[in-house]
Ligand binder design. Structure first.
Ligand SMILES: Nc1ncnc2c1ncn2[C@@H]1O[C@H](COP(=O)(O)OP(=O)(O)OP(=O)(O)O)[C@@H](O)[C@H]1O
Ligand SMILES: [Mg+2]
Length: 242
């Protein structure tokens, strides 16, 4: 379970002040995936960082069943040590999460297998392609079996095949249809097709505020794109805007 209540955060002061989060509240339970769409600078990354505990919001609160340890973060940077192998990275992160030493090796092997990285486990990260490095980064995010996954534009830079693989993997991780074991996913993306495929719930963020928050409710990509245009784009730059 993940809940946000009245989140508010601004950067800068005076005329240069930017409202990155404006009274954002929502609650997600196991098996729910929230896709957040919004223009550049809307505050999506800020929101994910606040949820992850990387930024302390100026107002509001975040509650996560299991606390910060329950979080896995998947961004577009890998957060891996380039000169270490994939396996060494996983063992390192497992130790940081306080996993008992005898469990680290088997857990790393399990996650490597799950991500199809078994035969690349002993290659240094610098030698991997973008897609493989992204998979290794996901393996890292999963090493401690988090129940909440925060994803900041995870499809950026992936080719079509790697993006398709990632969609399948995220669908599995969400625990679609499974009784129990389902995770909570929060996904910031600019890609409507990918967001809609994964989402159970959709938010449009504009100038820090959720101007739309609703279950996907059987809407397809074109309906979401149209609703997005109405909620976000047509109001930007208008005389009544702001
Ligand atoms: N550390 C910071 N210092 C000052 N301003 C910041 C900082 N981080 C973000 N901002 C500002 O806050 C606003 C929201 O930024 P954020 O990165 O959350 O947006 P975003 O929705 O993720 O955008 P994008 O789609 O480009 O990734 C922007 O105006 C940004 O310039
Ligand atoms: Mg961002």
């Amino acid at each position: 379970m993940l809940s946000a209540e009245g989140l508010r955060h601004t950067f800068g002061e005076g005329r240069g002040q930017v409202v990155a989060l404006d009274d954002v509240s929502f609650t997600l339970t196991s098996g729910q995936t929230l896709a957040i769409f919004g223009p550049n600078g809307a505050g999506k990354t800020t929101l994910l960082k606040v949820l992850a505990g990387l930024i302390r919001p100026q107002a509001g609160s975040v509650r996560i069943a299991g606390g910060r340890r329950a979080i896995g973060w998947i961004g577009h940077e890998t957060h891996l040590y380039e000169h270490l192998t994939v396996r060494e990275n996983l063992l390192f992160w497992a130790s940081l999460y306080g996993m008992p030493a005898p469990r680290r090796g088997p857990r790393a092997a399990e996650v490597l297998g799950r991500l199809g990285l078994g035969d690349r486990a002993d290659r240094p990260v610098w030698s991997l392609s973008r897609g493989l490095a992204q998979r290794a980064s996901i393996a890292k995010a999963l090493i401690h079996d988090p129940s909440v996954l925060l994803l900041d534009e995870p499809f950026t830079g992936l080719d079509l095949a790697a993006a398709a693989e990632l969609r399948v993997l995220l669908g599995e991780l969400r625990g679609r249809g499974a009784g129990g074991g389902g995770r909570v996913l929060v996904l910031a993306t600019h890609n409507v097709d990918e967001g809609v495929e994964l989402a159970t719930d959709v938010a449009f963020q504009r100038r820090g505020r959720f101007v739309h928050l609703a279950p996907l409710g059987g809407r397809g990509p074109s309906e979401i794109a149209e609703a997005y245009r109405r909620a976000v784009e047509q109001r930007t730059g208008g005389v009544t805007d702001g």
